[in-house]
Design a protein around this ligand. Sequence first.
Ligand SMILES: C[S@@+](CC[C@H](N)C(=O)[O-])C[C@H]1O[C@@H](n2cnc3c(N)ncnc32)[C@H](O)[C@@H]1O
Length: 612
Amino acid sequence: MMENEHDINGTASSDQKDGEDHDCTTTSTTTSIINTSIHLLKEEADLINRIRDILHLDEEIQQSSVTDRLSPQKHHNDRRFSINNITLSAATLEFKIERVKQKFAAGSMEEAFYECWKIPSEQRTLEIWKLGAESSKKLSCFAVAERWFSEAINACRSHNTDLNIKLEQARIARFYSTYLLRYPMIDIRVDSRGKGIYAKRVISTGEDIFTDIPIVHSQTVDTLTISPACATCTTSLLTPSLYFETSWLQMSDKLRKQIEDNWPKMTIVPCTGCHYEIYCSEECRLKAWVSYHRILCPSNNSATVELYQFCANRQIIVRETWNSIFSPMIIAKLWAMIIIDTVDHLVNDNTSSSSIINSIETSTAIERAKEKFSDFISTGDETYVYTIPRMLRIMQNIFDHSSLPFRYEVDEKEFTYRFYQIACNAQSFSSPTYAAMIYSHFLFNIRNDRNLCQILQKYSHGEPRDQVFGGLFLLQSCLNHSCDNSVEIMDCQVTPEQAGIKVRCKHQLKPGDELTINYVDLGLGRRARRAMLKRAYNFWCECIRCRFEGDDCNSCTECRKYSENNRKSFPACSRCRAAWYCSADCQKRAWKRGHKIICRDWTKERSSSSAN
Ligand SMILES: C[S@@+](CC[C@H](N)C(=O)[O-])C[C@H]1O[C@@H](n2cnc3c(N)ncnc32)[C@H](O)[C@@H]1O
């Protein structure tokens, strides 16, 4: 997923072996179970109002209903239902359950859901929660279906994989329906690894499958100071003074002018409040200001200076093990976006400023704003946060003490959850207007000026490093890993204003085949790849390559037997040279079981890369 691995838990050993207990980390928060939220209850109330209109139902309902739990102030336009709590007798309950089943079997989903909903929530059985979930799903109310599947899971005494998958499918329908309509050749399905993307038709090698733009992004700490770029559209803003660094000051005015005249023209618009963020245009500046920077700009919140300094100081970051491809700034931006969405919502709903603080409307608006980021998986070692106390404190200072209209608490749990959301999902990308491209344009412009070319040889230090960003992409983040990946991620100018990624098919895919990418450097050996994936993404890779590739010449790839005293090594597979066998029998068995698939692919791959 990344060019470099996220070096987040410097603890995993690189020689973990098959058969070991790999559960050394715990899952902090996953998307599989969602708790009943006020936001989802509001969706349910809207559905009930809709059904009541469709079915022309006017009678008052004598029961405790979802709307009772919503603020009377906010929902003054909703039809009110009586708050009387009633308990149905066993016979009535049985009769009502029977009626739900009949309505459902008859295909009348509005009536089936309405009948389910009329049963007091305390008396809803597992079957009722399930039927309510199925009927609301059929009515395309995926948020309601999610809540009811979630309640069905709670009503189940034991783990129910089927219900968990259904819950996840309802979430997928809610989050990804626009993508799936736009890209009919793919589908999103769930298994024990979470979501994954699958081909629905034959996809040919080299075919572009989909594009995606990030919901939130930030430049990586390792390129931030050396390769400046527009914080919004990611276009390189490399100037000659930044490229030539200290040599720039040693040059004569005449030489500097000659260079500037030939350097590709660019506009640099700095933030009007701080000197940390730069943009390529006023539109990009405004876009950032409106969506997150007004919360993070040091001119509005002095606590953010420390975060900017932390990101700019690579030495500290490396020392503190935050040398990952993603920047802590992306987490701060994500929280800033949640806060801005919340405020916008409250303003649109005309919530009075006095009731913003800690009101139920505010909690609902925060929950609604968080929803946008809720489908990104977040798994990792819960204790990791203790190793980066400084970052937690910086974030708390920014969000707990800023002049926000309400309190947004960044506690350890929230920090860890967001940290792993970014660690598991962030994808590196950049604008196709790279720093190297700007520099090569410059070289092209001066190609006929031999004298200038000669002088510059003294100052030039080769191709500049390109700007790299880490971003959260809603659809792309559903791609699972395989060391024998079937698709590749490429940088792409998705819209004239926004850079993003494009997913391109690497090997032909048949319907049902999974689209997979590689999260780590595939040039590494199996042991190192697996250790890195475990450490950075919290899973033990069981892809076809990891299953049928060997570790080294001292252990048999098939039966895992070690060569005696490590003196005599086992012979390697003569085609791929990535598997070793203690006997011809082991080799034959491995070939039949699956080695032939990766042996063929890797032999092909190697010969094509050596031909290039
Ligand atoms: C970017 S997400 C991929 C989509 C993810 N399955 C989901 O439900 O959102 C990365 C996470 O997916 C899971 N994952 C990805 N590839 C996997 C694989 N080959 N085996 C097991 N889990 C995998 C891991 O939990 C990893 O941290």
